[in-house]
Write a protein that binds this ligand. Structure first.
Ligand SMILES: Cc1cc2nc3c(=O)[nH]c(=O)nc-3n(C[C@H](O)[C@H](O)[C@H](O)COP(=O)(O)OP(=O)(O)OC[C@H]3O[C@@H](n4cnc5c(N)ncnc54)[C@H](O)[C@@H]3O)c2cc1C
Length: 312
């Protein structure tokens, strides 16, 4: 049987660095990480969180399955023995030295990942599921496919900042477009690299991360303004040429996963990559596709999380 493209990795928490009021970078270490794959800049992994309330002597990972069918085995476990799993992005990986960085958003104690980051300690054991570079199977798990697009639109909130930072850092010097990054507070603006032709705009919610009504509001406003200017006329022309189905968007039920990623574009038009809180991302996509007539096959949109709903 072929070796799966993903597998469980055993690591130890190395360094924990608070980079800003809401971003915490954790460097995981371990020889196992010599085999970790990192195929695309927005490569996602599954972080396995320790079970809470376990007996002394169990570090919270005693029940987590390690075999090729870890997912099936994990699902078959009773609730109280099933570790929480959450999706994160590889911010940087150095397989040669067995290191991998993840930037966690600290958003309070409402979820197991956010609770963990508030109390994590160097030396703790940690597991995650990530691409296995020794497998011949393509792992997938990344969505940045701009093809030959001439104008790039990259937009997201703090949960997508790690992916957007990695995307921007690997763009060619000739890339053109704009990136919009919404973060909770002014202090969360990070130092990131981007080519000169890509305008980077940070937006912040003024530090009140609990003001739920404001999640994504600044992002939507800024992206709409840019898109109306940059894509309005061109988008309208394209809308006329597009097949009617291209302007149609299916209605999404409340519990549906908001995720649609196109193939790479084969011309020099626009390519949009949108990720973050599901409602804001849906609003943006709707504006681009329905409002401006951008072909939906040029818009990758990914609900990274949904306000009021736990992952998993
Ligand atoms: C492909 C992908 C890549 C991602 N990469 C990253 C990454 O690199 N870094 C990162 O921090 N996140 C990332 N996320 C988002 C992360 O998976 C979610 O934020 C996740 O819900 C956090 O788990 P939790 O256990 O803290 O909260 P959950 O148990 O999932 O949720 C508990 C509550 O917290 C709320 N909540 C969840 N996330 C946030 C938030 N950021 N701010 C405020 N409230 C929130 C939920 O709405 C829910 O009400 C990514 C998601 C995807 C799909």
């Amino acid at each position: 049987m072929a070796k799966p493209g993903y597998r469980v990795f055993e690591t130890v928490v190395g360094e924990i660095r608070r980079m800003s009021p809401h971003f915490v970078r954790v460097t995981f270490r371990g020889d196992d990480l010599n085999d970790v794959g990192w195929d695309g800049p927005d490569q996602r992994i599954k972080v396995v969180l320790p079970l809470e309330g376990v007996p002394e002597g169990d570090d919270g990972f005693g029940c987590f399955p390690r075999g090729d069918d870890w997912f099936g085995d994990w699902r078959a476990l009773p609730d109280e023995r099933r570790n929480p799993i959450r999706t994160y992005t590889i911010r940087d990986a150095r397989p040669e030295t067995g290191e991998l960085d993840v930037d966690f958003v600290a958003h309070g104690d409402s979820g197991p990942a956010s609770r963990w980051i508030a109390r994590a300690e160097p030396g703790e054991r940690m597991l995650f599921v990530a691409p296995d570079a020794t497998s011949d199977e393509p792992p997938g798990g990344w969505e940045w496919h701009p093809g030959t697009a001439g104008t790039l639109l990259i937009a997201g909130d703090e949960t997508a900042v790690p992916a957007m930072s990695a995307i921007l850092a690997q763009l060619p010097a000739s890339a053109r477009g704009a990136a919009f990054l919404e973060v909770p507070a002014a202090g969360d603006v990070l130092d990131i690299e981007a080519p000169p032709g890509v305008v980077v705009q940070w937006l912040h919610r003024g530090g009140d991360e609990h003001a739920e009504a404001t999640y994504g509001a600044r992002l939507v406003e800024a992206v709409r303004a840019w898109a109306d200017d940059e894509l309005g006329a061109r988008g309208a022309a394209r809308a006329e040429a597009a097949a009617p189905a291209d302007a149609e968007l299916p209605a999404l039920a409340d519990d549906e996963i908001l995720w649609e990623v196109p193939e790479a574009t084969a011309d020099d038009g626009v390519y949009a990559w949108l990720a973050g809180e599901a409602t804001a991302i849906t609003t943006l996509r709707r504006h681009l596709v329905k409002g401006l007539g951008v072909d939906r096959r040029r818009v990758a949109f990914m609900g990274y999380w949904k306000l009021g709903r736990a992952e998993g």
